[in-house]
Ligand binder design. Sequence first.
Ligand SMILES: Nc1ncnc2c1ncn2[C@@H]1O[C@H](COP(=O)(O)OP(=O)(O)OP(=O)(O)O)[C@@H](O)[C@H]1O
Ligand SMILES: [Mg+2]
Length: 273
Amino acid sequence: MNYHLGDAFATPETKNTKRPTEIRSKIVVRNVQKTFRTKKGDVPVLENINLDVRDREFLAIVGPSGCGKSTLLNCIACFDPYDSGAIEIDGELIRKPSPKRVFVFQEPGIFPWYSVWDNIGFGLGRKMPFKQKHEIVMRYIELVGLKGFEKALPNELSGGMKQRVEFARALAVEPDVLFLDEPFGALDAFTRLEMRREIVRIWKATGKTCLLVTHDVEEACELADRIAVMTRRPATIKEIIENPIPRPRDPDLKEFRDLKDHIFDLLGVERRV
Ligand SMILES: Nc1ncnc2c1ncn2[C@@H]1O[C@H](COP(=O)(O)OP(=O)(O)OP(=O)(O)O)[C@@H](O)[C@H]1O
Ligand SMILES: [Mg+2]
């Protein structure tokens, strides 16, 4: 069938039609603007961001380097203030960071002097009774496939295993929303592929709402329900694309390649401007 890919993948936001009411938004970003004020002058980063993230959705954000992807996540997590607009989570304007919203970064932030068990238990606090803490920590150690490594120190683990500890640590505090900012960026190509599969499994098992920032278009197409493509700085959302391919997704499928090409076209236009 000969159809225009942009229209085929475009979601209600990009077509400017009303979203069906049965789809509940977990996160609503409305007309958000942000400029960094520096000694060298103002750096306008987010121009007019509008985004709805559905409950339990896996949404990827792609865009040119330096366009404001991390800034947007930081604003949604309330780590960074924005100048105007509104961000709501579960229907409420967010005003401060919350343990219900946690980050997983490229460089695992685990403590090198703590064991796997201690790292994962860290966020649960000192006051939690040991039995309860142990139950939670072991549940997540098992979920991320690190059973048997409870007592290992980070320097005894591979990069992929460290990233698993990071995921388990983030999940152990039972967040609603996981922010993944280039979480696989420091991993080798093979481990990246393995971790992609793992994160889908973990996401399915835990039912979290996930916001992933990635440079890797294939990764976005494999993992996400929808992909938001940002423009150059000062950034807006250029298009939000519904991923029509059922999981598990095969990158060799024509549909997958078409989706990737469409996103590359959107990003390519931005690079050429
Ligand atoms: N604290 C800050 N003060 C001033 N400018 C900043 C600050 N943080 C980010 N910026 C600028 O804002 C812009 C967007 O940065 P951001 O880190 O959000 O981009 P990004 O899309 O995540 O980039 P990358 O893909 O390289 O990670 C960049 O031009 C950056 O230099
Ligand atoms: Mg970034």
